[in-house]
Design a protein around this ligand. Structure first.
Ligand SMILES: Nc1ncnc2c1ncn2[C@@H]1O[C@H](COP(=O)(O)OP(=O)(O)O)[C@@H](O)[C@H]1O
Ligand SMILES: [Mg+2]
Length: 253
């Protein structure tokens, strides 16, 4: 008999909850994300996506329930294997592009100077900011800051990337470039968890979780979620509305 090995989990949460005073931002949420996939957290503003990502990074601790990330309770000690791009970028405006990436590379534990310089150059070129490398962040456009934030999150080649709405404000061409890169990363074995409220991002993910009011109301591949509506032509937007409708009906009965 062949016993199938369970897939390695990059993330697992068990009834994890977090509230800000009276607001339940993440509500008894259980989730398993296998390693090596792109996992999309989809939901409207206020659904709890940012809070969940901050819990996974270890910036917040659950009030109840448990969380494991790469087999451990999330903490700052895991910085070398996690890349985090916050929703509001945390760049240093007075520093240059290259100085910002260098700063994050050091925080993430890239100590070897030669290797650090090499990876910084690679990542600046990837986000197409090489000609602007010595300019201060103050002089960059919104889209450039977005690209720089991504560069800061990936410079140390993390095995788990948590990106909070990374494609907001990107023009369509750049969005395609970002997704090409994300796909390359998952093919190399990295895990990507990305939050978004656009169905355009959703379509690129291997697996999606629809979030609403701190809970996951449905999950599956984009195709599975569309098929669940029973309409062959259904879009992901239709699927999301369908699951909200099911949930509302259930809570009313
Ligand atoms: N720092 C905070 N203080 C109080 N309430 C917050 C704070 N951050 C988020 N919230 C509330 O928690 C809920 C979830 O927010 P958030 O995790 O930011 O959702 P999303 O990222 O999906 O927009 C919302 O009701 C929001 O108003
Ligand atoms: Mg958010």
């Amino acid at each position: 008999m062949i016993i199938k090995e369970p897939a390695t989990l990059a993330v697992s949460t068990n009834k994890a909850s977090f509230n800000y005073n009276h607001t339940k931002a993440v509500d008894e949420l259980s989730l398993e994300v296998p390693a090596g996939i792109s996992f999309g957290l989809l939901g409207p503003n206020g659904a709890g996506k940012t809070t969940l990502i901050r819990l996974l990074v270890g910036l917040l601790q659950p009030k109840s329930g448990s969380i494991q990330v790469l087999g451990q309770i999330p903490s700052r000690k895991m910085a070398h294997s996690i890349g985090y791009m916050p929703q509001l970028h945390s760049l240093y405006s007075e520093l240059s592009v290259i100085q910002n990436i260098n700063f994050f590379a050091r925080i993430y534990g890239l100590r070897d100077k030669h290797k650090r310089a090499q990876q910084i150059e690679e990542v600046i070129k990837l986000v197409d900011l090489w000609p602007r490398r010595n300019d201060s962040v103050l002089s960059l456009s919104g889209g450039m800051k977005q690209r720089l934030s991504l560069a800061c999150a990936i410079v140390h080649k993390p095995s788990l990337l948590l990106l909070d709405e990374p494609t907001v404000g990107l023009d369509p061409e750049l969005r395609v470039t970002f997704w090409e890169y994300f796909t390359t990363l998952t093919k190399q074995g990295a895990t990507l968890i990305i939050s978004s409220h656009t169905m355009d991002d959703a379509a690129h993910c291997d697996h999606l979780a629809f979030m609403r009011r701190g809970k996951i109301i449905a999950q599956g591949s984009p195709q599975e979620l569309r098929q669940a509506t029973g309409h062959p032509e259904a879009t992901l937007e239709d699927a999301f509305l369908y699951f909200i409708h099911c949930e509302v009906k259930e809570s009313a009965s």
